[in-house]
Every structure is written in C-alpha cells, then in structure tokens.
Write a protein that binds this ligand. Sequence first.
Ligand code: ACO
Length: 377
Amino acid sequence: MPHDFMPGLAGVPAARSSVSDVDGERGVLEYRGIRVEELCAKSSFLETASLLLFGPLPSQSDLDQFVGDITIHRRIKYRIVDLIKCLPEQGHPMDALQAAVAALGMFYPGRNVQDRENNYWSAVRLIAKLPTIVAAYARIRRGDDHIPPRDDLTFSENFLYMLSEKMPEQVWSQVLDSCLILHAEHTMNASTFAGMVTASTLADPYTVVSSSIGALKGPLHGGANEEVVEMLREIGTPGRVRAYLERKLKDKQKIMGLGHRVYKVKDPRATILQTLCERLFKECGASPLYEVALEVERVAVELLAEKEVHPNVDFYSGIIYDKLGIPVEFFTPIFAMARVAGWLAHWFEQLKENKLYRPDQIYAGEHNRPYVPIEKR
Ligand code: ACO
C-alpha cells in the first residue's frame, strides 16, 4: 500500500496514549488531564511521577508508599560507583548516565516484562537511582568522593545535597522540584519514541531507558539547554543580541532553545520557567544571563515571526540550573532524571497492548544491478 513519506514522522501518530496531551496552538500541556501550571503550583515531582505512571492522582497512603519505595532505593551498588570511577572525567555526563543505566540492568536481570510487580520495582529503581548516578559522576569526575543519598531529604533536596554535600536553600529545592515536574513528560517526543521502539521488542526497562537517554542527548532535543546557556554567555550583554541573532540567521543557523515541532506559540513550560527564574533571583540575586535571554526572546520572536518560532522548555531551564551552581553539562542529565517518569509511563501503557515497531520505507534505489568484479569498477 503506498503511503506519503512524512520526514521526521511529523504528524504521524505512533501510539494511542492517555499519559499527556499538548495543544500546540493554544500552548496547553496536561499530564493525565491536569495542566502543568497546576501541578507546578500544587504537586511535587514524585506525586507527578506517580500520576504519570499509574493514572489518577495517588491517595495519601499510595503516595507515602511510592515516596518511601523511591527513598529506600536511591543507593547505588559500589560496583556501579566503581564503573563510574572508570569513566573518563572529560566524558559527557549523558554518556556516563547511559552507560550506568545499561549496567544497572545487569544487576537486576528480570527479563519477563509481563511481570507487573517486577516492572513496578524496575520503575522505582530507575527513578530513584538516576539522580544518584548523575551526582556521583559530577563529583567523581572532579576528584571528589561520591556522597550517598540521605533518606531524610526530599527527592530534590537530596539531589542537590549529593552534588555539594551541603543542605540546599529551601527555594533551590522547591524550584528544582518544579523544573522536574515540567520536564517529566511531553507526549510522543524523540526520546520517548526511541524508548518505545526499544520496548516494542520486549527489551528490559534499563535498556529502554538507556535508549531514551541516548536520544535525549542530541542538541535538537534535550541537549539544547546546554547550548542556550553557552549562547547567552557568548552574547554577554543585551545590547549585542540583535547583531548576534541577525548573523546567525543570515548563516542559516538555528537559535537554540527556540522553536518546537508542536507548539506554534510560546511553550507553556518556558513561561512557568520564567516565573521560577524570577522567584529564584528575587531570593538569591539576579543572573546576568536572564537579561540577555529576555532580549534574545524579544528579538528572535520579531525576526522569526513568520515561522512561529518561540522559546521552548530548554530556553530558560539552563539559567535556573546555572544559578543553582550546576555545571552546564549536567543540564541534560537533570532533564533525564525527570523525563524517566514519562518514559516509564509510556512503557507501562505500551506493555498492555504491545506491537513491534516495524515501519515501512520508500525505496529510492535501483534494482537488478549486476555485480561488477573489483578490477573492472
Ligand atoms: N532558530 C531559527 N530558525 C528556526 C528555529 C530556530 N531555533 N526553529 C525553527 N526554525 C525555522 C527553520 O529554519 C525552518 O525555516 P524554513 O522553513 O525557512 O526552513 C522553520 O522554522 C521550521 O523549522 P524546522 O526545523 O523545519 O521545524 P521542526 O519542527 O523540524 O523543528 C526543532 C523543531 C528541531 C525543535 C527546531 O525548532 C530547532 O532546531 N530548534 C532549536 C533546537 C531546540 O531548541 N531544541 C529543543 C526542542 S524542545 C525539546 O526537545 C525538549
């Protein structure tokens, strides 16, 4: 049967899902029907993860159980720490995360993905251990010791503590928790799809998540948040923005952190992240990057008006992480720590009605060519 070829599968549905929904014309994002604005204002990352994974908002006792399960599974085995110690310190943390997550699967080798209880514990381990792996690599690569997690701290407090061995200010952990909520899920994006392709072969969840981590790394997806901060630093002051953007656009280069396959208006997550920036800067002092970012948004939206290009989730998140003292290469791993909830929610959903992904192609080559001996070519 002939089909139209849709580059990038744009507009082609790849699954039926009730995990989340985006209205790209109105700029609305909902997780299980609840708007992200409301979740950011009222929920926590772990409650949102439970909502994504299991459906309705959890009862207090279900939430306590889930948070307790996550909390006691934060530790990583000393062999995983040893593995991280063997990685080159100049390597990209997303590669370290991908390698460590793939290795985790070797320690928890349940292959039967129809075993619901085993799947629950795999999801718990993955959500619990990703921050510990990220923080361990951040410290080990700069020559410091790995700091084990603390059970008395919340998810976000504990992550910031494992990075610095200091108790973070309350506003830091609250802002980080909201950032994690905003990054937890976003319908059929490239990393979710990559994970689903792997999951469709009935591979184990550690392999699924390591596939997703690989897809998230690229600069057209999660990796854009690093490039935004580098660009803002390169521009330096608001007065230099217009000339910089005009030069980039003249050279047909993309401006990182802008544009989206689905949103034709400003990404609602970018708007919430701006509010979080302002809250953080009010309590902890301004960031010079923010003034430059505001001017980039203003000028870029004007220059790219016809193409409906606006800030996406990666535009303001890096400015927050930079203010929290997190090195640039760790911005995308933080994205992964949150998005693992969405990846696993899609995995749970997919297992109920799995079909191996095996798309078609439009063959554009030749047929019946003769094999020419090498001396005659
Ligand atoms: N800067 C300049 N021009 C842009 C940008 C941008 N950031 N984004 C889109 N455009 C232009 C394109 O050049 C293109 O123009 P043309 O029609 O004259 O060729 C038009 O808008 C359509 O853009 P496409 O790249 O074809 O649209 P697509 O849906 O494939 O792109 C994408 C989406 C990849 C995100 C793109 O906007 C981009 O590269 N942005 C920069 C990278 C980025 O921020 N990625 C993070 C996305 S959010 C996330 O994944 C978490």
